[in-house]
Design a protein around this ligand. Sequence first.
Ligand code: NAP
Length: 284
Amino acid sequence: MDSLTTRIKLNNGTSIPMFGYGTYKIKDSNEAYESVKLALKNGYRHIDTAAFYENEKYVANAIKDFMSETGTKREDIFVTSKVWKTELGYEKTLKAFEKTMDEMQMDYLDLYLVHWPASYAFDDDWKNTNRETWKAMTEICKSGRVKAIGVSNFLTHHLDTIIDMEVKPAVDQIEVNPGFLQKETVDYCHEKGIVVEAWSPLGRGKSLAHPLLEELADKYGKTVAQIILRWEVQHNIVPLPKSVNESRIIENSQVFDFELSDDDLSSIDEIPPYGNSGHSPDQP
Ligand SMILES: NC(=O)c1ccc[n+]([C@@H]2O[C@H](COP(=O)([O-])OP(=O)(O)OC[C@H]3O[C@@H](n4cnc5c(N)ncnc54)[C@H](OP(=O)(O)O)[C@@H]3O)[C@@H](O)[C@H]2O)c1
């Protein structure tokens, strides 16, 4: 049976736990530290942060303290951070990475992502900006200080700007929640062997109130959050739910003991958009 520690292969030969824990909006140092510790204590082994979240240091401290308190090995925990959209381009990306490593004080990261693409909508030289950023990402990966590199919020036209380069992105982290499957990007990634991660997998809570999902929760004897997260898992998408509340951290992780039928999966696919953020990667 799959679990929080089950890994799937990335296209560069490394692997990633198929379920993660998100840390966006946990800015308070103590809360970030304590909630990452709670997630690790409850079996999560994949932690997602970013320079933009201003919590890299506290997230990393929680991981290091958990390892020393429990004897958990570094290779058993998967750690991601990201370069923010103000730092795109070759030199700025290299510099941003050093800042992240200074904050986190770890020997290596498992995954480093370009947080948002450059787009035609706000950068006349957007294709070149994405390629220059990706050159820096490739160099960082070759240094061995990150095990894999990827992107976030890249739609197919953004992916096309770098897909012919020497190293392919291993991951694309995009918004996915019921009503917002982003099928075109998901299909493109899966065809090219790029693992898709879901940010705001619960629509920041907005996705939780839906009559169909409530019906399915009753049918399967699970909560609506568990139905949504299971729907993402069955689409081979890695969800990264965030919660600072231990009972929800546990609830969100209990999605490996049931399976949605094909009909129920399809009926969730067909829900019209309702819980998504409205942020487009083509907006400044
Ligand atoms: N790459 C990107 O551009 C990007 C953008 C956004 C997010 N992310 C990543 O994706 C992660 C997840 O996304 P997110 O934080 O935006 O949203 P989310 O995980 O969809 O939702 C988090 C919200 O839902 C609540 N919640 C969590 N579990 C719940 C449950 N079982 N029942 C009821 N409410 C629940 C949380 O409240 P409590 O904490 O109070 O429980 C929080 O308010 C982020 O933390 C971040 O790591 C990436």
